[in-house]
Design a protein around this ligand. Structure first.
Ligand SMILES: Cc1cc2nc3c(=O)[nH]c(=O)nc-3n(C[C@H](O)[C@H](O)[C@H](O)COP(=O)(O)O)c2cc1C
Length: 364
């Protein structure tokens, strides 16, 4: 993929310290293997909100997916459906939500950026329900758009402004350029119909469409509109987890947006580690941000996360291998989870818990 697209994918906020912290926190979790056990077969399946999935791994929502690789969103949705793992579609995807629901009917979840306009919010949720999405994931960690240095340097704006840098990078990536020509310029297809002022630029429209912060009464309203599994993505403060429980939320994805929003944010694994036991007992806790290997997912499970998601890994896959990339990432991770469990002497992923931690973790 051209550098401006890779920088959009790879970049973090400010000094990219929170992105580095996310990785380091995974590497700092030590587990003690238990040998003298038969681990000829291991079970990697998980149940989330009553539905069975083949692996404790899902695809995080990533906006502008087809800009990084034309057709990436459909390719990943197909790969997730065939492997039976959750695929979370972003509000700001570049493939219609109705089309993704057909490609991944059993595993599609929808990520909602809460619109300012209540009618738009109601319409979007009604479409998501009609299309058959299995879960609604409300992202709350973007109260304000991020200014990321790599994107500023590249002059990345929508609609695309053909700066000499972007033209050069596109021409030197002919496969990407040709595919983009046949696919068409990526657009925020799920929400363009809500744009009432055609003179408004795409980026300005998207910024103005979403709420600066999601107040609790909006969350309560969403709960009344959506009767399926409701998940909040991006919580970090304990008081917010408690408020989510009071709102009737079913699950959380602990996330700092892959280190893309607040550079002072703690590593997500640290947030997970510090979450009191009475909270983890009442919510299905999941995690993302910095998950790169099957062993990372096993480490997160030892600290109490039922499943983990990754954003960037899947786009590295499609960037490298195109359509086949999503499947490849899933298969590599499946193998890593299996080998890690065998190495640790744990026959079922569901059985991995804090008793494997080399340093005890006091949850109470
Ligand atoms: C390029 C890019 C675009 C993203 N777009 C969205 C989005 O539209 N909605 C959302 O909730 N999160 C978005 N995220 C955050 C991801 O859902 C996820 O939290 C993050 O990628 C996890 O970190 P990882 O990439 O290190 O695995 C985006 C992340 C990336 C890298």
């Amino acid at each position: 993929m051209p550098n401006f697209a890779f920088d959009y994918l790879e970049g973090g906020i400010d000094d990219e310290a929170s992105k580095r912290r996310n990785r380091q926190a995974f590497q700092d979790v030590h587990l003690t293997p238990r040998y003298l056990r038969d681990v000829s077969t291991v079970d990697t399946r998980v149940t989330l909100f009553g539905a069975g999935y083949a692996l404790p791994l899902g695809v995080s929502p990533v906006g502008l997916g087809n800009m990084m690789w034309p057709g990436a969103e459909a390719a990943l949705a197909r790969a997730a459906q065939s492997a039976r793992i959750p695929y979370v579609l972003s509000t700001f995807s570049t493939t219609l939500l109705e089309d993704i629901a057909q490609l991944a009917p059993d595993v599609c979840w929808f990520q909602l950026y809460v619109p300012r306009d209540e009618q738009v919010m109601e319409d979007l949720i009604a479409r998501v329900k009609r299309a058959g999405f299995r879960a609604l994931v409300v992202t709350v960690d973007v109260p304000v758009g991020a200014k990321r240095n790599r994107e500023l340097k590249n002059g990345l704006k929508l609609p695309f402004t053909m700066t000499p840098r972007i033209v050069w990078q596109s021409l030197t990536h002919p496969t990407w350029a040709l595919r983009t020509l046949t696919h068409g310029t990526p657009d925020f297809v799920n929400v363009t119909s809500y744009r009432t002022d055609p003179s408004q630029g795409l980026s300005d429209f998207v910024t103005s469409m979403t709420r600066p912060g999601v107040p609790l009464d909006h969350l309560q309203r969403i709960r009344t509109l959506w009767d399926g599994p409701l998940i909040i993505k991006g919580l970090q403060a304990e008081e917010n987890f408690r408020a989510a429980i009071d709102c009737g939320v079913d699950g959380v994805i602990i996330s700092n947006h892959g280190g893309r929003q607040l550079d002072a944010a703690p590593a997500t694994l640290e947030t997970l580690r510090q979450l009191p036991g009475d909270i983890t007992d009442r919510l299905t806790v999941m995690i993302d941000s910095g998950v790169r290997t099957g062993l990372d997912i096993v480490r997160a499970k030892a600290l109490g996360a039922h499943a983990a998601f990754s954003g960037r890994s899947f786009f590295y896959g499609v960037g490298a291998l195109g359509e086949a990339g999503g499947k490849q990432v899933i298969e590599i991770t499946r193998d890593e989870i299996t080998r890690s469990l065998q190495q640790l002497g744990c026959q079922r992923f569901e059985d991995m818990d804090a008793s494997w931690l080399a340093e005890p973790c006091d949850k109470d």
